[in-house]
Design a protein around this ligand. Structure first.
Ligand code: AQP
Length: 351
């Protein structure tokens, strides 16, 4: 089975964007893939070093994974800091990646803001830690939201440069695998990872501003639906969501230039597992005053069971810790094996 890796940062309440863009896909891939899902706590300290309750947030993201339907016995669920090889491989990738590659990352530019000199070195190196997360397990597929596309391209660049720079050693040691890259068949140690960014909700937008992505760090709580919001809060937020005065169109083309309408239709389609065409076949011609309550009911129906399961799991932190410990041990075995080969390839003595 192909191997999937993905991660979520413990930096705040999970929202509908994280759920539809990432976690729900993690769940869906479990039958067809071997999956490794990670709470990336080392990434969480890149933008802000001191957190109120980082350990609690890590447990809470783990609870969200399990409550959404990820099976930690069949697959691996753990937190990044438990497996030291993530940081070790990230260091090596810091020496593979070029400063120019990092400077071009839009997430770095957004998060560093105007005062770039004062951003942490970790924030600049964020994509190289992400490449290490993925390539430590030689994962071939990574389900993420659209905002992570550029980081995945950089992961491919890092793997390609490593494979090329060490091609002779990889051949000598016989640790490479034959892979297809475009039209070419190459022998490399790290796979050239495929991003999985599909469906109607790869970029869920803020409920207050159709041009901004829904985000944990938006100061307005009305901009997002949190996984733990109760039914009344979800309904209130959808009712207050910004829209235009027109009725919904009957065709997808009619959503062009109407970002708020497009966002709500996309959310409905993703939650109902329909296409946007099917949603518009049902609601085309109707006003938002009719569509919004239907969307709110659907969101409550899908999210309420997850929130209730999360609350139960969060009441038992010892169980969550045991899941992370077990996952960490299993991930550690794969990670150690990869690092052994990486050190051999480079010539770093460790025997
Ligand atoms: N709005 C979104 N729509 C679709 N997918 C999204 N993701 C995030 N926002 C959206 C996806 O969720 C996964 C986990 O994200 P993350 O925790 O690594 O951090 P993030 O992308 O920085 O998420 P936030 O919520 O937007 O946090 P802040 O406010 O800190 O920037 C990823 O797969 C991501 O693509």
């Amino acid at each position: 089975k192909p191997l999937v890796f993905s991660g979520v940062q413990p930096t705040g309440n999970l929202h509908l964007g994280n759920y539809l863009g990432a976690i729900r896909k993690f769940v869906a891939l479990q039958d067809s893939h071997e999956c490794i899902y990670c709470v990336v706590d080392l990434h969480a300290i890149t933008a802000q070093l001191v957190h109120g309750d980082l350990a609690g947030q890590t447990r809470s993201i783990t609870a969200a994974f399990l409550a959404s339907g990820i099976d930690p016995k069949k697959h691996i669920v753990f937190n990044q800091a438990r497996v030291p090889q993530h940081a070790e491989l990230a260091w090596i990738f810091n020496c593979v990646a070029r400063i120019g590659w990092m400077n071009r990352m839009t997430q770095f530019k957004d998060k560093a803001g105007k005062d770039r000199e004062n951003a942490s070195l970790g924030l600049l190196a964020y994509p190289s830690l992400m490449a290490a997360d993925i390539l430590l397990y030689r994962a071939t597929h990574v389900p993420v939201g659209d905002d992570q596309k550029q980081h995945l391209e950089l992961t491919r660049d890092i793997a390609t440069k490593f494979n090329n720079d060490f091609s002779a050693r990889i051949g000598e040691l016989g640790v490479g695998v034959e892979m297809q890259v475009g039209d070419e068949s190459v022998n490399g140690f790290f796979p050239i990872t495929e991003p999985l960014i599909e469906g109607p909700a790869t970029r869920v937008m803020s409920l207050r501003e159709g041009s901004k992505k829904m985000s944990k760090s938006d100061p307005s709580d009305l901009s997002r639906i949190n996984l733990t919001d109760d039914a009344d809060t979800i309904s209130k937020k959808i009712k207050k969501a910004k829209t235009d005065p027109e009725a919904l169109p009957s065709e997808v083309e009619g959503l062009e230039g109407r970002p708020e309408a497009e966002n709500l239709v996309g959310i409905y389609a993703a939650l109902a597992e329909m296409t946007r065409e099917q949603v518009l076949a049902q609601f085309g011609g109707q006003q938002f005053s009719a569509f919004k309550p239907a969307l709110a009911d659907l969101a409550v129906e899908k999210l309420a069971p997850i929130a209730s399961e999360m609350r139960k799991l969060e009441a038992d932190p010892a169980y969550i810790d045991s899941v992370l410990r077990d996952g960490g041990e299993r991930a550690g075995v794969i990670a150690e094996d990869t690092m052994k080969s990486v050190k051999e390839i480079i010539g770093l003595l460790d025997n």
